[in-house]
Design a protein around this ligand. Structure first.
Ligand SMILES: [Zn+2]
Length: 222
């Protein structure tokens, strides 16, 4: 390989790395009442879990938990949020990087979509029906079934405008982690959720946010 080729490869790699760092939220506040914790894999930013504050009070709901208990615990401490104040955890799907820190949230009710693949043995949880809504004072959370990435994958629509999409928009074929990965089904459900009216924000498990959901429509559907 020529030196110039190496330089080009290095430059492309650097730009890709920068983009990756940018897309995963740093731990902190994103919007009033909405917080993210950044998770890592082998030292690289990997994804986010999210916390929504109920009623300006010291109570929260979480969307996913991150994969590592110590890392999520550190993130909560940085945000000044006690794990005891998390009253509900909504799980998008049963991959380790989304549920690994579940044990931190002893006080929370665990919500999932369908649990057909029995990903939560021995753990008390509420399996939400497609379209079911749970309300916490000023926050409503609607479960939307979006199988494909995993059979139990769901999105959560908060207050009818913020969509927490888990791994619905991941494009990598992750079949090694899920025998019943179904790409065609995943693509179909992307179209369905992007066709929902009134969605201002789409938050993903690994690619941060596109504030304007129309960008997602353009990127994924065109
Ligand atoms: Zn996943």
């Amino acid at each position: 390989m020529l030196l110039t080729d190496l330089v080009v490869v290095f430059l492309i790699g650097s730009v890709a790395a920068l983009a990756y760092w940018k897309y995963v939220f740093p731990t902190g506040r994103i919007l009033p009442g909405l917080y993210a914790i950044r998770t890592h894999n082998n030292g690289m930013p990997m994804g986010n879990l999210f916390l929504l504050q109920i009623d300006d009070n010291d109570y929260y709901i979480a969307i996913d938990t991150g994969g590592d208990t110590a890392e999520t615990e550190t993130g909560l401490r940085r945000l000044g949020i006690s794990s005891d104040s998390v009253v509900a955890v909504f799980i998008t799907h049963s991959h380790w990087d989304h549920i690994g820190a579940l044990r931190l949230f002893d006080n929370a009710i665990i919500y999932t979509g369908n649990t057909e693949n029995n990903a939560f043995p021995g753990l008390s949880h509420h399996a939400m029906a497609d379209g079911e809504i749970i309300e916490f004072s000023d926050i409503s959370v609607q479960c939307i079934y979006t199988p494909g990435h995993t059979v139990d994958h769901v999105c959560y629509l908060v207050n009818e405008k913020m969509l927490f999409a888990g791994d619905l928009f991941i494009t990598i074929n992750d079949s090694p982690f899920e025998e019943r990965y179904n790409k065609a089904m995943q693509l179909e459900y992307r179209k369905i959720v992007l066709g929902l009216d009134g969605v201002d924000y789409v938050f993903t498990g690994h690619f941060g946010l596109f504030k304007d959901a129309r960008l997602y429509r353009w990127w994924f559907l065109s």
